[in-house]
Write a protein that binds this ligand. Structure first.
Ligand code: PHE
Ligand code: NA
Length: 501
């Protein structure tokens, strides 16, 4: 007999945790740069279109699958149709991969809280980050462990596994209830401070000035869809797993709107903060904002921001606000990714929560330490991230739409489920989007990125490295999924009847 399923304390606990998962590094370091490079103010149009035509529909698909079939990704997909279990395991495998490198970025952020106080980067933040701190040896498979990464990683893993072992309500929900409000407060303080810096207005100007011609560029639309997918944490089991812990009556449809709106609001907030800060930097250097480099991703956070902090009165305070925000945003996302993995193994192999977390979490921690605490961690992480997101997550999302709509033919049932449990209804539009519009848009995206990935080695790394890491991730996930799906369930999974709708 399967143990009783864990539950959130209520809708609010679920909502906060869902927002905690969505609001992550992507909001702070990815959105502002992507928006700026893809049309500035004009980017808001493709972004909104992507949110409405793909983001919210897939969020609802994730919610409805988890809530109706009351299981982790493998259990839910198996209950949808026995032969679909492997898709659930593929999602678990991708989550596993992402979890292994996500901790590393968290560790960087934590270390930089300290570095902000001492301004340890001196006058060369780029050299400090890559050289002194990461001791980067470039794209190799190095076994030289960097102590300043390794030990904090051990600590982050320990804390993460404790939170997971405490369970959905006492661990995940409690962590989110503390960290998410704190994140909002600290980050708002940072943005307000940034808005009063000299030059801030020029930054905002650069950010919002619309370049309408961007709308005719397919690349801009692809960037919008991919930002929405990444940012909402949809399409590979996270929201599916989280919604499986909701009570039978849970107002799914309005909740999805609130979660999506909250995530997007945080992105726009981050856009304001980041570009006000960049405006200040341009002002100090006497250049135009458009001439600045390093406005996105790892470089924005760990090179450009440190540089700005050095120029600023009370820079250390600003630095602490920024890096603590990154840490909080990252941690609440990390626990959601790992829950996908841990829930799946607990259910299939009938492990108690603590043992499940110990075994799978421990394995994940070991792999993470072995691969990313070394001097080749940066290049490995960069490549794994690219392939996991652009091939893994997008491939999984396309397959999920096709499986539900045409393999199992259960979209109408899921629509009825959503409408049965919610106060707001979804109409036929939802089926059209999930069954046609989203898979088409995502296939276009996937083909485009695959074409790029096979013509030029990602990041200018050597082919052998990119192929080993990138296709190792994607192919390894696929093989692991098939193998895990073939094993026997240790807990009852098939004698499950969803509620009549
Ligand atoms: N949604 C998170 C963000 O915007 C990122 C994330 C991706 C979280 C994948 C979990 C899994 O940063
Ligand atoms: Na996000």
């Amino acid at each position: 007999q399967a143990p009783e399923r864990e539950q959130w304390s209520g809708q609010l606990g679920f909502l906060l945790s869902a927002i905690g998962s969505a609001v992550g590094l992507g909001n702070i370091w990815r959105f502002p740069g992507v928006a700026y490079e893809n049309g500035g103010g004009a980017f808001l149009i493709p972004y909104l279109v992507a949110l409405l035509t793909a983001g919210i529909p897939i969020l609802l698909l994730d919610y409805s699958l988890g809530h109706r079939f009351r299981g982790s990704a493998p259990a839910a997909f198996r209950r949808l149709g026995r032969r679909f279990e492997a898709l659930g395991w593929f999602q678990v495998a991708i989550a596993f991969v992402i979890a292994t490198y996500y901790t590393v970025i968290l560790v960087w952020a934590i270390r930089y809280v300290g570095f902000s106080v001492t301004q340890a980067w001196g006058s060369d933040p780029a050299g400090f980050f890559v050289g002194d701190f990461l001791q980067d040896a470039g794209p190799t498979l190095s076994t030289d462990v960097v102590g300043g990464i390794f030990w904090p990683m051990v600590a982050v893993w320990a804390v993460t596994l404790v939170v997971l072992a405490l369970g959905v309500q006492r661990g995940l929900e409690r962590a989110n209830k503390v960290m998410l409000p704190l994140l909002v407060v600290l980050f708002t303080l940072l943005v307000v401070r940034a808005l009063f810096l000299p030059g801030a207005v020029d930054g905002l100007d650069a950010f919002f000035t619309p370049s309408w011609s961007a709308l005719a560029d397919p690349g801009v639309w692809i960037a919008a869809y991919s930002q929405i997918f990444f940012s909402l944490s949809i399409g590979f089991g996270i929201m599916l797993t989280y919604s499986s812990y909701l009570r039978r009556r849970a107002n799914l449809v309005p909740t999805s709107y609130v979660a999506a709106f909250a995530n997007s609001s945080f992105e726009v907030l981050a856009g304001l903060g980041v570009f006000a800060t960049l405006g200040f930097m341009a002002h100090q250097q006497g250049v135009a904002v458009g001439e600045l480099e390093g406005i996105s991703g790892v470089i924005l956070s760990f090179v450009t921001f440190p540089q700005v902090i050095s120029m600023m009165p009370a820079g250390p305070v600003f630095g602490i606000l920024f890096f603590v925000s990154l840490t909080l945003a990252g941690f609440t996302s990390l626990i959601s990714i790992l829950q996908v993995v841990s829930a799946a193994f607990q259910e299939k192999f009938d492990l108690g929560r603590a043992r499940g977390v110990g075994v799978v979490g421990g394995l994940c921690a070991l792999i993470s330490l072995a691969l990313y605490s070394t001097t080749s961690g940066l290049a490995m992480l960069d490549t794994a991230d690219k392939y996991a997101n652009e091939v893994g997550v997008i491939g999984s999302a396309i397959t999920m739409c096709l499986v539900v709509a045409y393999g199992a033919r259960r979209l109408p049932e899921l629509q009825a489920h959503l409408n049965w449990v919610s106060t707001a209804r979804v109409g036929r539009w939802w089926r059209v989007l999930v069954g046609a519009v989203v898979p088409l848009a995502l296939t276009l995206m996937l083909v485009t990125s695959l074409a790029d990935l096979v013509t030029e080695p990602y990041g200018g790394y050597p082919w052998a490295f990119v192929n080993a890491v990138g296709w190792g991730v994607a192919g390894g996930a696929l093989l692991a999924a098939l193998a895990l799906a073939a094993l026997r369930w240790r807990r009852p999974v098939d004698d499950f009847a969803p509620e009549p709708v």
